[in-house]
Design a binder for this molecule. Structure first.
Ligand SMILES: *Cc1c(COP(=O)(O)O)cnc(C)c1O
Length: 341
């Protein structure tokens, strides 16, 4: 048994996956009478279970092989599937950083897996040795997030490499916001790290949050395990088509990303001038984490004005996470803060 096989749950290693009609016959035919579909209509046929057209385009865009891609119903599906492939409920544990994305905890709770949290330092940097010190024989996954939600900073690729090489379990790097970052993606480390999984999404920079399309990049052995466990038709034909269109429309995507990065700087500058702002954390994402002198009250004040931000007070005291919006929306926010007494 190789390293990867030895950390897969026994029931998953021996699982015989569901074989769908579209797995058993691919290609052209005169009559499809195999899947109990209605022969009439536009959305009457089951979608491609392995999303090959989308994967071919995405692979080109990412500079990886199509076999190194898993497409999920949002990247949240990747998080859940990793638990189900690797973690024995009630026995295994996983490790993450704090503060970070709330779904790691929810997914851990759903799967009855203990999540250990390692506090980031005052600049929200990771100490990899403190993280690795939490590992025991039942630790199966380390969840990292870069740029991190809600802090906005990225993790140095050297630190990711160190964690991958010193941990004999899966390392997930959640890159939901990587499109907005100047730091390169850790997907370039995939070929040299058997245990690295990088997740990205169409929900943020690609503008398709409603469609629910996310993906993982990893060596093919890990991708094969995710494919084995996923629901057979986990990404609808409509969602696959939406993601394909988004990839073909690269010009618009690049324009929007550079617009939002420029707006992020303007928003930072507008906030800097305000007395109630105590700290604006540096961000490589499309949001800013900001600490105010009276964050909780201010959050409610903005709600009353119809401006909805994300109250992050429970994670970082008196902080609010502000998404970068259109120029008009950002101006509205700044003027509301200017008028706040
Ligand atoms: C928004 C977000 C996601 C979203 O995932 P989808 O399921 O693809 O919409 C994943 N990770 C982080 C850190 C996020 O902030």
């Amino acid at each position: 048994m190789n390293k990867l096989e030895s950390i897969v749950r026994n029931n998953i290693r021996s699982l015989k996956p569901y074989s769908s009609a579209r797995d058993e016959f691919k290609g052209k035919a005169d009559a499809f009478l195999d899947a109990n579909e209605n022969p009439f209509g536009e959305l009457n046929r089951y979608p491609d279970p392995l999303q090959l057209r989308l994967k071919n385009l995405l692979a080109q865009d990412k500079g990886v092989q199509p076999e190194q891609l898993f497409i999920g119903n949002g990247s949240d599906e990747v998080i859940d599937l990793l638990f189900r492939v690797f973690c024995i409920p009630g026995k295994d544990n996983v490790i993450t950083i704090s503060p970070s994305y709330g779904m790691y905890q929810v997914s851990a709770d759903i799967n009855d897996v203990r999540l250990k949290k390692v506090q980031l330092d005052e600049n929200f940097e990771i100490d990899p040795n403190r993280l690795l010190a939490e590992v025991n024989e039942n630790s199966k996954i380390i969840f990292l997030c870069s740029p991190n939600n809600p802090t906005g900073n990225t993790i140095d690729l050297k630190i990711i490499e160190q964690i991958c090489s010193e941990f004999d379990g899966i390392v997930l790097v959640d890159e939901a916001y990587i499109d907005f970052a100047d730091t390169p993606s850790s997907s370039q480390l995939i070929d040299n790290n058997w245990n690295l999984v990088v997740s990205q999404t169409f929900s943020k920079a690609r503008g398709l949050a409603a469609a629910r399309v996310g993906y993982a990049i990893a060596q093919t052995q890990i991708i094969d395990l995710l494919n084995k466990v996923k629901p057979p038709y986990n990404v609808s034909a409509l969602n696959q088509e939406a993601a394909i269109k988004a990839l073909q429309n690269k010009e618009e995507y690049l324009q929007q990303v550079s617009y939002l990065k420029a707006e992020r700087i303007k928003l930072q500058e507008g906030l800097k001038k305000l007395d109630i702002v105590l700290q604006i954390y540096p961000s490589e994402a499309n949001f800013l984490l900001v600490r105010f002198s009276n964050g909780l009250e201010l959050y409610q004040h903005l709600v009353n004005l119809g401006i909805i931000t994300r109250n992050r007070n429970t994670q970082v005291q008196d902080s609010i996470r502000i998404s970068v919006g259109t120029s008009e929306e950002n101006k509205k926010l700044i003027s509301a803060l200017n008028n706040y007494k």
